[in-house]
Design a protein around this ligand. Structure first.
Ligand code: SF4
Length: 184
């Protein structure tokens, strides 16, 4: 199976990458599309770790740089359910479209490793989006790999983020530099 792995960040992806590389039935490529990440310095740190990971594990990643900060600011307000729903949907839809256009058999996402994300929502949304684009969603409950991914990442000095990604999650975090990036 030719699989497209949507990657949200290196710490969430690395244990999945190791698992996929040991599966002889799967060949895969990464896809980095995360227009939620704020601020741009944070985006660049997460992306750089993905570049380092892809070099160390010798697999290709397609990068689609995009920043939807104005959209997040003006359309999603501080409604967590709405914004996370939109955030998952944007990324999964882009991955499904890319996978379909580039002759992959299926797509999946590193979001499925996190115990802090809405796992069932991501699973159901992935399956629905897959139907819309006429491609398969490769669902696995990767959460058992979460701790392993953290350990590998610490050993390899991948950037370990302190918040989920968007402006709102940043505002809610105790990130030491947070006041610099507020909108006021
Ligand atoms: S909290 Fe995380 S999943 Fe929800 S909108 Fe923000 S970045 Fe996306």
């Amino acid at each position: 199976m030719k699989l497209l792995l949507h990657i949200c960040c290196a710490p969430c992806a690395v244990a999945i990458v190791e698992k996929l590389e040991n599966d002889s039935d799967i060949s895969f490529k990464g896809y980095f599309y995360n227009p939620n990440i704020h601020p741009v310095e944070e985006y660049e740190k997460r992306k750089l770790s993905v570049i380092n990971m892809s070099n160390e594990y010798n697999f290709n990643v397609a990068y689609e740089d995009d920043n939807k900060l104005e959209y997040w600011k003006n359309s999603l307000e501080n409604d967590k359910l709405l914004r996370c729903n939109t955030c998952y949907s944007l990324r999964l839809s882009a991955a499904a479209k890319f996978a379909k256009e580039n002759q992959f058999d299926a797509f999946t996402t590193s979001l499925l490793i996190s115990p802090y994300q809405d796992h069932d929502l991501i699973k159901n949304m992935g399956q629905n989006i897959a139907k819309k684009y006429g491609i398969a969603f490769y669902y696995q409950d990767f959460r058992e790999l979460y701790r392993k991914g953290r350990e590998i990442s610490r050993g390899k000095h991948y950037f370990m983020q302190k918040y989920c990604g968007c402006f709102y999650s940043y505002s809610e975090s105790d990130h030491p530099k947070k006041p610099i990036y507020t909108f006021e």
